[in-house]
Design a protein around this ligand. Sequence first.
Ligand code: G6P
Length: 369
Amino acid sequence: LMAEKGGYRHFMLKETHEQPRAIADTIAGRIVEGEGRIHLEDLRLGDEELGSLDKIFIVACGTSWHAALVGKFLIERLARIPVEVDIASEFRYRDPIVTPRTLTVLISQSGETADTLAALREARGKGSKAVAICNVVESSIARESDGVIYTHAGPEIGVASTKAFTTQLVALFLFALHLGKTRGILDAERSRALTAELLTLPRKVEEALLLDGAIEQIARDFVGATDFLYLGRGNQYPIALEGALKLKEISYIHAEGYPAGEMKHGPIALIDEQLPVVIIAPGNDTYEKVISNMEEVRARGGKVIAITDREDSDLSDKADVILVLPQIADELMPILTVIPLQLLAYHIAVLKGTDVDQPRNLAKSVTVE
Ligand code: G6P
């Protein structure tokens, strides 16, 4: 079994470290060199069809739903089409407003999640075209969709999703670029710049994984906590949700993800000396606002674990722990910020002695309602 795990103690750790390769495999062959054009081999939707869309729904469950929330930012920013995100079990029962000019995107690692499959049938029944982002070739959701963008993560065994998630984000980025180009929103220069950034991603994920040792130490310092709060803004809010979900799933510690700007409307009441607060603070447009959240947490005695890409920043008096990531275009930053959160959840779970790869009460794929 150790051999199957490639020398790693758990599948989750192996799969976390496989991310640079999985991401490179998901990009491979999809950027038409020089032209900055995106080639999605199984998309099966023509430029005309993509040009006539007036709305996109992205529907999924669990970690794949967090990818969907990032996808909304990507598609709205790069292609300027309104995107609505829904949880599959909600979408399927609420008579969603779907027309033939709606595109429904289903995200599912396994391609077999019962609620997501039902959502796909609901959308297609209303005349929407459907595109699946799946990791398992020829899975039910992939087969029943009009088009597919496969993630090339390889088999994911650990119940807590890692490489499937980051490759879903890569697939969404490629799709958003493709939409932006075909709809005339992105010019050649901008799309070339973005594809060039994408090509640096595997190396930067590799660099982010070098934080592993430091994070193991942080896990020792915080393993005794009974609650965690994760904060992020904009495209980092879904990463705050994902960080909290990872911790809940495998360490059984209660955790909540919140949009940082909402802290003052509730979660601030929870802050005391016992509460670690993970704050995702890349140096983007809302950096200063997130820094003021840090100050508010510290002023109430909370412990701040800061994740940033700003080496020059003056966070030393604002955070108890600072993890510095490499820099990349803001559209791709969620793929880097999630790495330390995966590792933090992993090391805390190992210290607590839980069953990391098969946490209690959870299943890798939920094929019944
Ligand atoms: C289960 C798994 C999660 C996963 C979710 C959706 O709950 O434990 O890790 O995110 O299903 O799975 P899917 O295969 O549809 O992405």
